[in-house]
Write a protein that binds this ligand. Structure first.
Ligand code: ZN
Ligand code: ZN
Length: 273
């Protein structure tokens, strides 16, 4: 059995993550146009029409921009909780009801052979969630748009071998940067976004619980640099005694194009291309 995980797009201009696990193909969020999601999937040799479902984390436009078109075009069921649905439907009243699926945050459900756990995250949306996925011994999680480290999401993603985890900003860059004070306060606030340093702290804890690969994701274009996020997390892991790339593979999700494809097999081999 194999796990394939790949952020197609990442950041405030749009987020979408593809994963294939135990023969089930899923998309988490569709935050760029349907055409761009389709093109991203094609680059991986996947096809949007072969997806089993789309899961939505929250209603912010950088997570749902292409959702309506994509699900209609390929007749794909869309999973979200009640809070997210009501926020989405306020904007998109004609969303096809036949494609809507509802789950309860914190309650596991199954898609094909994959067990899905939606967990609550601290973010300024109606009912935002991250997702943990498992099938046999393989597991992964998607957790971005995290205002701060809390026990809830940290324990929900603990033990997952591969993660898509937010490293949004460098705190100093936000303070010195051009954003208006209100926006700075939102980003740095309890329900905003996770900074590099907190991501690094979380990764040290998660490496102890068995995480072997991470995509640093949802990087700010103005308040972060890929190498700064990468170095901050790698230094923390090295400081805690982990050999980066050997014990824990660290990758940075790309903003406007498909990132590396991570492949994990249940015999323990990790590969990326
Ligand atoms: Zn958001
Ligand atoms: Zn976002």
């Amino acid at each position: 059995m194999q796990l394939a995980l790949c952020p197609l797009f990442s950041g405030s201009s749009g987020n979408s993550v593809y994963l294939s696990l135990g023969g089930t193909r899923l998309l988490v969020d569709a935050g760029v146009s349907a055409a761009r999601v389709e093109a991203g999937l094609r680059e991986l040799g996947a096809d949007a029409s072969e997806l089993d479902a789309i899961l939505v984390t929250h209603e912010h436009v950088d997570h749902v921009r292409g959702l309506g078109v994509l699900c209609r075009r390929h007749d794909l069921p869309v999973y979200a909780n009640e809070g997210t649905w009501s926020a989405l439907l306020q904007r998109e009243r004609d969303f096809p009801r036949r494609l809507m699926r509802v789950f309860y945050t914190g309650e596991d459900f199954t898609l094909g052979r994959v067990s899905v756990r939606p967990f609550s995250i601290p973010h300024d949306a109606a009912e935002p969630v991250g997702y943990a996925f498992s099938c046999g011994v393989l597991s992964c999680a998607v957790a971005t748009d995290l205002g701060h480290i809390d026990e809830g999401w940290l324990s929900a993603v603990s033990g997952c071998q591969a993660l898509v985890l937010e490293a949004n900003h460098d705190v100093e860059m936000v303070h010195r940067g051009p954003y208006p004070q209100r926006l700075k306060a939102r980003i740095l606030g309890k329900n905003g976004h996770l900074c590099n340093e907190d991501c690094a702290r979380a990764m040290v804890t998660l490496a102890q619980k068995g995480t072997r690969a991470v995509f640093l994701s949802h990087l700010s274009a103005d308040n972060n640099l890929p190498e700064l996020a990468y170095n901050t997390v790698c230094e923390a892991l090295s400081g805690a005694g982990y050999a980066v790339e050997k014990d824990v593979r660290v990758m940075v999700s790309r903003r406007d194009r498909v990132s590396d494809l991570l492949l994990l097999a249940d015999d323990g081999d990790a590969m990326a291309r």
